[in-house]
Design a protein around this ligand. Sequence first.
Ligand code: GDP
Ligand code: MG
Length: 597
Amino acid sequence: MKNIRNFCIIAHIDHGKSTLADRMLDITATVTEREKQDQLLDNMDLERERGITIKSHAIQMNHNYNGEAYKFNLIDTPGHVDFSYEVSRSIAACEGALLIVDATQGIQAQTISNLYLALEHDLEIIPILNKIDLPSSNPEEIGDQIIDLIGCTREDILLASAKTGEGVAEILDAIVERIPAPEGDPEAPLQALIFDSVFNSYRGIEAIFRVKNGVIKKGQRVKFMNTGKEYDADEIGTLKLVKDPQKQISAGDVGYIISGIKEAKEVKVGDTITSKESPATTAIAGFEEVKPMVYAGIYPVDTDEFEELRTSLEKLQLNDASLTFEAETSAALGFGFRCGFLGMLHMEIIQERLEREFNMTVITTVPNVSYYAYTKKDPDERLIVNNPSDYPDPAILERIEEPYIKAQVITKSEFVGAVMTLCIEKRGEIVGQTYLTSERVELTFDMPLAEIVFDFYDRLKTISKGYASFDYHPVGYRASNLVKVDILLNAEPVDALSALIHKSKAEDIGRKMCVKLKELIPRQQFLIAIQAAIGAKIISRETLSALRKDVTAKCYGGDISRKRKLLEKQKAGKKRMRQLGNVEVPQQAFLAVLKLN
Ligand code: GDP
Ligand code: MG
């Protein structure tokens, strides 16, 4: 145990986490030339394209220090707010963290909130200023930020370039010198913390764990304490670039277990593995069931593809347990699914995977958060509203509660005013303002999660000219005053366009939605009335005039193939159109409410 070091990397996106990890794998010769490939840790295509690490993985490397061999377990953490629970479990598996800050950029909100998580778990922090090869790097000033933030000295801060490799050897040595060896009792009953899982279509789910106490042995009967399920440890091993099967893994070390588990749902991040024969009395603290934060309807564009969509979602869920779904019907869209996501990024990822991996064309409806409703009939009974259609009739509604978050924005001091204005507009309440340096300010505020769903990121980016970073954590439910805004097309209500909106904004948003829909719905052969209503009261109306010209008319008598091409082009354009009554509505219209200005 004394020669093991377990650590993670805390960094903002693009600050160099993957590049540094690659360089460390190089220097420790974990990766042979043949295996070499940029950014090894990001191995899903989508992750690679987006340049973000969606799921955490772990990798082991060896490092010699003063003639002694050390074993490093680098635990990769997801880099986005949607996955903060997973980050907390990865951190709980480590004794130390490399805090990487881009020396040309400075500290961002996401970094700070993960840093706080690491400090809560008493991790030893090794601060690193990366990208010092760039002329625009400013290690002096950004070093000051780090000193203020974690209370270290200037000498504690390592300077590096993950790109050129400068300073990386020093980082490896610092890991040995500064990060404590794991503690734990190999003689005690087995307790291993699951911090990640990986889907393998041939072998089932691999759970990745850190042994806190005891020893896990191949072939042993194990029990997952929170789910209560039992398995045989068919294979256990350590994670090099390829899996390296072992007979046993002891306290302090990191490894994987394969035990014939078919569904990701059975492996819950944060669960504790113990032995069936002599179980531990308690599970490792900090386990939580991950709950979806955002819901949206997903409908096949082609109504015949409903069953295919179900199969695709089932397959996606096999390797992404945080995706939930259940069948629902919409008067407008027919049969589809109400899906639950960890956040907006997660929603985008699922939608993209459905299209790329399963070749589905889908319509996604306006996302909403999950509300609690209480009716006059039984004010103690909590109804969970995950779909505006399930919103109780206002006449019988006792009260409604919505989820709140604590949000953190870091920006330049010149943008503080604009950010505050945005937060207030978003029903936020400023609870803190801290100057990190004379130039950079951290603002904290409480605000409804629903406001994040509605174009918050884009607005924040615009008003700060890109110089603002953002992070949030859920802080429970609060009473609210919401109304349901319905949209009618030619007097027909379109349930898939309904949204729950705070009363103070409902009229304004209803009006803007009509304007936006007028922009998005193509003109058709007849006039279309677009109306917004609250209950029976129409609050706004726009009129889309009829189209006169027949688009094919101008090639009449002309080249027939040109005409066919035009028709095909039209058809392709229609791919994402849904017929609602007699009106054709494009996909973007269903998300119109997210794009209001
Ligand atoms: P991650 O999002 O934190 O994993 O960041 P990446 O490792 O993907 O790096 C983001 C970008 O910064 C990539 O284009 C890297 O090539 C570049 N980069 C990373 N480290 C350095 C460095 O030390 N110097 C320079 N000049 N570029 C770097
Ligand atoms: Mg990366």
